[in-house]
Design a protein around this ligand. Structure first.
Ligand SMILES: Cc1ncc(C[n+]2csc(CCOP(=O)(O)OP(=O)(O)O)c2C)c(N)n1
Ligand SMILES: [Mg+2]
Length: 598
């Protein structure tokens, strides 16, 4: 039997160690699907409900495995559906390969059915590498390059393969002119800055009295080194959302999340520091970083295209976080003076945790959304993987979930798209079938993507040795994050036609799929709800009827505002109804973003 192009592609994916492809069928990839059948489903074809979910699953898989995520879709509509997930990969710097079909070469340019100019469409999202395979001899080179580029640049890449090309007999490139042979694999490598640059960085860091460190996902391989530097300098460490799982929240000097979803101690750390060391983060919100001129800055980033932005750093070190820190550490002064700054940071962190606990403990109608996250926190196993969707739930994920060593967590950090919570969790289950996975999702995101993708979870449940895939839904009947943004920034009342969403029976839907489903309507049942989902023998949906009137307080609200305003809203006074319905401008703006910083 001859080897067709499509057979060769699957063979090459296997050679690269690809174990599964997240995809959805269509006649643009029928040739590939036939090859899959011939290859006994190796790599395994994982079928979603929608191509955007396939892309999110590939992103989730890549984020949690550290390996390439691969997704596949048909030409035209399938390729278009992939886009949002691929942009999520692009913006969060995740290696993902998209393989998409195209109409036959004879029809190209003919306004043919489902013909979309995919090369142009993908030129932005897969700007580092997109190629259309026109003859078999382009392979394996273009596939190898797509994979190498995705890894090297941490980005999505794409291969477009016309349907008729998939069916051609494969013939390898030869030794001749204009042939491009290729080989497998590439070694690991470690980038480090020059000695001179490291010396200058150390001089800046040694000169400061009040150091702050900001870490992102780029610091993930440097946990011990980040700790050592923080402890040497007596620094507080704030974490951008994608770096939430890098360092344990149990360390007394870890101030937790930063930004609008961040913590008061992170806000104060940045406000009051005189030195900033940023490691592996492109956290975009300059207004939450030190005032210009107040702090001297050093940045470490592996990507020379990403250094020097966001803050006027004095030294921009290009290098791998771990290798760079290891060479920086011997240059740091060990005989540093007082611990006053360190003690202040730690005291703020302690106060923050206590404040958060009190806020979560306030009663609401019917359930305080912060309490739902707080109740989950102590139940999380040490090897838990968490995903969060975009929405107010991301605030509760950021603030109430205590990351401990070994735990993992992620969300759509930069695109901040709604909808990846459940598909990321499915991708995580394929990356780590032996670990429990928790998706924290708003009801809007659940209606957008999560519900349908529970069908995928049900379909593949038997593949996962640890049965736990817990989807928690904050059912507040509202697109709450945006409702609060409108109130805070526009001062406008909630616009019900755009903000209110139907009360859907999420748990009942899960049960209709043969999964566990629990609906929690009272605060006293919250913990039991989580426990029931944790004890289920497969994927579970546990929904909580939460109060949309609990505002995501910004980190620059004063300590008093944080407690007092929440209490006054929640105690059910006359203001409450009007605030929820009309969003009384003065009342709400008193403690939401945009007010002067406390
Ligand atoms: C694809 C997409 N559409 C719209 C938005 C804007 N947006 C951000 S959060 C949000 C509301 C999310 O609602 P829900 O999932 O119910 O969570 P909640 O904020 O109510 O907790 C919206 C509409 C977005 N980020 N992504
Ligand atoms: Mg909602």
């Amino acid at each position: 039997m001859s080897t067709k192009v499509s057979d060769h592609i699957l063979e090459r994916l296997r050679a690269w160690g690809v174990e599964q492809v997240f995809g959805y069928p269509g006649d643009g990839i029928n040739g590939l699907l036939a090859a899959w059948a011939r290859a006994d489903d190796q790599p395994r074809f994982i079928q979603s409900r929608h191509e955007e979910m396939s892309a999110f699953e590939a992103v989730g898989y890549a984020k949690f495995s550290g390996r390439l995520g691969v997704c596949a879709a048909t030409s035209g509509p399938g390729a278009i559906h992939l886009l949002n997930g691929l942009y999520d990969a692009k913006l969060d710097h995740v290696p993902v390969l998209a393989i998409v079909g195209q109409t036959n070469r004879t029809a190209m340019g003919g306004s043919y059915q489902q013909e979309v100019d995919l090369h142009t469409l993908y030129k932005d999202v897969a700007s580092d590498f997109v190629e259309t395979v026109m003859v078999p001899e382009q392979l394996p080179n273009v596939l190898d390059r797509a994979i190498r580029t995705a890894y090297a640049r941490r980005c999505p890449t794409a291969l477009i393969i016309p349907a008729d090309v998939q069916e051609l007999d494969y013939s390898a490139p030869t030794h001749e002119f204009k042939m491009v042979p290729s080989s497998l694999g590439m070694s690991d490598y470690t980038a480090t800055p020059t000695d001179d640059a490291l010396r200058r960085a150390a001089d800046v860091l040694n000169a400061g009295d009040k150091p702050a460190i900001l870490i992102g996902q780029g610091a993930a391989g440097a946990v011990a080194e980040v700790r050592e530097v923080a402890e040497l300098l007596g620094a507080g460490v704030a974490k951008a959302l994608l770096g939430k799982d890098v360092l344990s929240d149990e360390l007394p000097y870890v101030t937790g999340p930063i930004g609008l979803l961040g913590s008061r101690p992170s806000y104060e750390l940045m406000r009051d520091c005189d030195t900033l060391l940023t490691i592996g983060s492109s956290f975009p919100y300059t207004q939450f970083m030190p005032e210009f001129g107040k702090a001297r800055g050093v940045q470490i980033d592996i990507d020379p295209h990403m250094v020097g932005m966001r803050y006027p750093y004095e030294v921009n070190l290009v290098g791998d976080a771990r290798a760079t820190l290891r060479r920086l550490i011997p240059l740091l002064d060990t005989d540093r003076g007082g611990r006053e700054w360190h003690d202040t940071v730690c005291a703020n962190v302690k106060r923050w945790h206590e404040t958060m606990e009190r806020r979560a403990g306030l009663s609401a109608d019917p359930i305080n959304p912060e309490f739902v996250a707080r109740a989950l926190d102590p139940l999380l196993p040490d090897n838990a993987i968490l995903t969060s969707d975009s929405g107010s739930v991301a605030n509760w994920y950021a603030r109430h979930i205590t990351m401990r060593p070994g735990m993992r967590g992620s969300l759509s950090g930069t695109l901040a798209t709604m909808g990846p919570g459940v598909p990321y969790a499915i991708g995580a289950k394929f990356a780590h079938p032996d670990r429990p996975v928790f998706a924290l999702v708003g009801d809007g995101a659940m209606q957008m993507n999560g519900l349908a993708e529970m069908i995928t979870a049900a379909k593949y449940r038997d593949r996962w040795s640890d049965p736990r895939l817990v989807v928690g839904v904050w059912n507040n009947r509202d697109l709450n994050q945006v409702t609060w943004e409108m109130r805070a920034m526009e001062g406008s009342p909630s616009f019900l036609p755009s903000q209110e969403i139907p009360d859907v029976q999420y748990a009942a839907f899960a049960r209709s799929l043969g999964l566990t489903g629990v609906r929690v309507e009272k605060p006293e049942d919250v913990e039991a709800g989580w426990r029931a989902a944790l004890e289920a023998d497969g994927p579970a949906v546990v929904e909580f009827l939460t109060d949309p009137a609990v505002p995501p307080i910004p980190p620059h609200a004063t300590w008093e505002q944080m407690e007092a305003t929440a209490a006054s809203i929640l105690k059910g006074d006359a203001d409450r109804g009007s605030m929820i319905k009309q969003g009384l401008k003065a009342k709400v703006q008193e403690f939401l973003p945009g007010r002067d910083k406390g």
